[in-house]
Design a binder for this molecule. Structure first.
Ligand code: IPM
Ligand code: MG
Length: 356
């Protein structure tokens, strides 16, 4: 029996997670051995408990076999001091559980080819996997802060730091993923300017010797940003540092035109993971029942595949999503201009029905 901790979070989080839970409940009725437990994270945890990552949530997360998260954040929390902001709930889970390997696929669904802002020939068949280092780099580096200089001027500072062992484990994780895909790995750095990423490049080159079947290339991050919008199909797997990955994965997601479709996995060394849609809490449409639940539903498929090794059940979910797209069902974010759209719950119900 696998224990899943469900953390709906803020904004559209509870709405989209409810649809993913419908899918899980349906599979459970068919014999999938999972049990669900709910918990609090983000702004809603702050509202209820005074902290975005209550101790109890961390305890629940440690005890779970996998975590399903909706989204965190909202304008009402922006004035809070930094340690109490919703994002700290997410960052605390990532670092507290050592979820260092963040997999962000960018796949263009043929049914949604028109949704991309890029020309069809540039993006058709797009299938990239971005592997983002998630528990190190400038997001967590010390020292950090804002200090006042002798002349009274304020100075803000953060530290971009990576240990060899941190680079090696994300590198190995990426090489192993590349072995299961097109066997091409592009390591993105800024080795022409930053010493820490020069070390990054050296470590990638060293461990590449253990993966002779994978072709390793290197690219500076500015060029990678350009190549992603110029000729994205040149990439198979991309591995990069925390902040570069944050930025590049948003760009890659938008190539598909449908950030509402893309799931993600954040894994520890043993494959335990937290699964969440790539998109945020979308406070502008929260509570309206129009958010796209497919990224969250596809996050469940990723969970079954990566944490539990249940690829048949994962295939079943992904096929069901394909079927509802074939049927022409679209939430507003993926509907073509003038095309009729359905709401969050209707989309979730359609996926459940399409599970067969
Ligand atoms: C992401 C988000 C987070 C990040 C925020 C919400 C802290 O942008 O998951 O990409 O910067 O990592
Ligand atoms: Mg981001």
């Amino acid at each position: 029996m696998k224990k899943i901790l469900v953390l709906p979070g803020d904004g559209i989080g509870p709405e989209i997670v409810a649809e993913a839970v419908k899918v899980l409940e349906r599979l459970r009725a068919d014999g999938l051995e999972v049990e669900l437990e709910h918990g609090l994270v983000g702004g809603s945890a702050y509202d209820a408990k005074g902290h975005p990552l209550p101790e109890q949530t961390l305890v629940q997360a440690r005890a779970a076999d996998a975590i399903l998260l909706g989204a965190v954040g909202g304008p009402q929390y922006e004035a809070l001091e930094r340690p109490l902001r919703p994002e700290q709930g997410l960052l605390g889970l990532r670092s507290g559980l050592e979820l260092f390997s963040n997999l962000r696929p960018a796949i263009l669904y043929p049914q949604l080819a028109d949704a991309s802002t890029l020309k069809p020939e540039v993006v058709s068949g797009l299938d990239i996997m971005i592997v983002r280092e998630l528990t190190g780099g400038i997001y967590f580096g010390e020292p950090r802060g804002v200090r006042t200089l002798d002349n009274g001027e304020q100075e803000g500072f953060n530290t971009l730091v990576y240990r060899e062992s941190e680079i090696e484990r994300i590198g190995r994780s990426a090489f192993e993923i590349a072995q299961k895909r097109g066997r091409r790995l592009c390591s993105v750095d800024k080795a022409n300017v930053l010493e820490v990423t020069e070390l990054w490049r050296q470590v990638m080159l060293r461990i590449a010797q253990d993966y002779a079947d994978v072709e390793l290339t290197h690219m500076y991050v500015d060029n990678a940003a350009m190549q992603l919008v110029r000729a994205p199909k040149q990439f198979d797997v991309v591995v990069t540092a925390n902040m570069f990955g944050d930025i590049l994965s948003d760009a890659a997601a938008m190539l598909t035109g449908s950030i509402g479709m893309l799931p993600s996995a954040s894994l520890d060394a043993d494959g335990k993971g937290m699964y969440e849609p790539i998109h945020g809490s979308a406070p502008d449409i929260a509570g309206q029942g129009v958010a796209n639940p497919l990224a969250t539903i596809l996050s469940v498929a990723m969970m079954l595949r990566y944490s539990f090794g249940w690829s048949e059940a994962a295939d079943r979910i992904e096929a069901a999503v394909g079927r509802v797209l074939d049927q022409g069902l679209r939430t507003p974010d993926i509907a073509a201009e003038g095309q009729a759209s359905v709401g969050t719950a209707q989309m979730g119900d359609a996926v459940v029905a399409a599970l067969g």
